[in-house]
Design a protein around this ligand. Structure first.
Ligand code: SF4
Length: 402
């Protein structure tokens, strides 16, 4: 297991504490989306993927690694589109892998498929958290994003999650063409009123080849305005902060105690398993070897990343995974880059050990990062300005010579 904060190093193969399961189905494709998902067409296709996911989970169980799961995240795609299929996945995890009784179990959902009945069944199956893809409480913006639900459906689904006693997390999107600051303010206020304890705020990214990018290219829709998006991110910080949310990561706010343990694991370099088509995983070299993800690990391999085949047929036929290895120096840089995404920042000792002090001093001179605390508790943190220019900060840490 990776240990960027230097608390202690575990050696030998062990079951990662975090599991991500990718459900690759959606009702239809949203206009801006380039995640891997395909429209649900028939029950047979869903059944084949479910059986494949169950088999992959079982394989991890057969590896008999010591360790225990702390978090499970069923994402996609739209997991709730396969209804009780999600329960089957959770049952497969429960019977194949050891897990903490107080673990965090999250399921991603869309408002049009997160029915009260399904949400209650998810709660009974051990789900603790539902991450609802709301994006906006403005029907016009939802329409432009090509999403298939209404504001009313988002409210109904949010209520169902809270009524079932689950933690509600919502995703909201800003910087959408035609979105006014007033519309965004209303979306933030309505988001808070849902009872959500966790809010993710993303500026729209125009991805090549998506219908929205094509429409923008053809002049049918105006380009997203990065200045407007920056104003909206600042407004989010004010409005959510006033409602008791803390920004703990560049795009994520939570009422204290409701931060996502699963996503925090990604940002702190912990190992995780990825299951399902196009899923990614990250392992220490020993675990990668013991689980058959990678054989013949060299001496300067400190982290192994893998991705499953994204073609569903190839994945079902057991196509090999793409595997990438990171050296110790690359891992050190990655840990600094990820740490700068977090409000708590990254320890100055880690930055020094990664040989990145000079780069951070330069970023400090530009007002993008700052040094906080004293002595051994000194940490580098990204400033508000740095978070607005996050990609630039992270790029310069990851590629310090460019
Ligand atoms: S619901 Fe999510 S994963 Fe599915 S198409 Fe829309 S944005 Fe993409």
């Amino acid at each position: 297991m990776s240990d960027p904060e230097g608390i202690g190093t575990l050696t030998g193969p062990s079951l990662p504490a975090h599991l991500y399961v990718h459900v690759p189905f959606c009702r239809l494709k949203c206009s801006y989306c380039d995640f891997f998902s395909v429209p649900v067409e028939d029950a047979e296709g869903v059944e084949a993927v479910l059986a494949g996911i169950e088999e992959e989970i079982l394989e991890w169980g057969r590896a008999r690694l010591s360790g225990i799961l702390d978090t499970v995240y069923v994402g996609g795609g739209t997991p709730t589109i396969i209804g009780p299929g999600v329960i089957r996945i959770l049952e497969s995890v429960r019977t194949s892998l050891p897990a903490r009784t107080d673990g965090e179990v999250t399921v991603e959902a869309n408002p049009d498929s997160a029915t009260a009945r399904l949400v209650e069944a998810l709660a009974a199956a051990g789900v603790t958290r539902v991450s609802l893809g709301v994006q906006s409480f403005d029907d016009e913006i939802i329409g432009l994003l090509g999403r298939l639900h209404t504001v009313e459906e988002a409210h109904v689904a949010a209520r169902a999650v809270c009524d079932a006693g689950l933690d509600l997390a919502i995703d909201l999107m800003c910087g959408v063409p035609g979105q006014s600051l007033r519309s965004w303010h209303c979306t933030l206020e309505e988001g808070i009123e849902t009872g959500a304890k966790h809010v993710s705020v993303y500026p729209l990214a125009l991805e090549d080849g998506t219908p929205l990018a094509v429409a923008v290219g053809a002049g049918l829709v105006s380009s997203p305005d990065s200045d407007a998006a920056a104003d909206m991110m600042l407004l989010a910080e004010d409005v959510l902060g006033a409602a008791g949310f803390e920004r703990y990561e560049v795009a994520n706010y939570a009422v204290p105690g409701h931060e996502s343990r699963h996503n925090t694991a990604y940002w702190t370099g912990e190992s995780y398993i990825g299951v399902g088509p196009a899923a990614h995983g990250m392992l220490d070299p020993e675990t990668a070897g013991a689980s058959g993800v990678r054989t013949g690990v060299g001496t300067d391999v400190a982290r192994v990343r893998y991705s499953n085949a994204s073609d569903i047929e190839e994945w079902l036929q057991g196509a090999g995974r793409d595997v990438e290895t990171l050296s110790k120096a690359e891992v050190a840089r990655e840990d600094v880059m990820l740490g700068l995404r977090l409000a708590r920042g990254v320890g100055a000792r880690i930055v020094a050990a990664a040989g990145l002090e000079e780069q951070l001093r330069q970023l400090e001179a530009e007002g993008l990062v700052e040094l906080a605390g004293g002595g051994v508790k000194q940490r580098w943190r990204t400033t508000t300005r740095g978070w607005l220019l996050g990609n630039e900060v992270f790029r310069r840490v990851w590629l310090p010579d460019q």
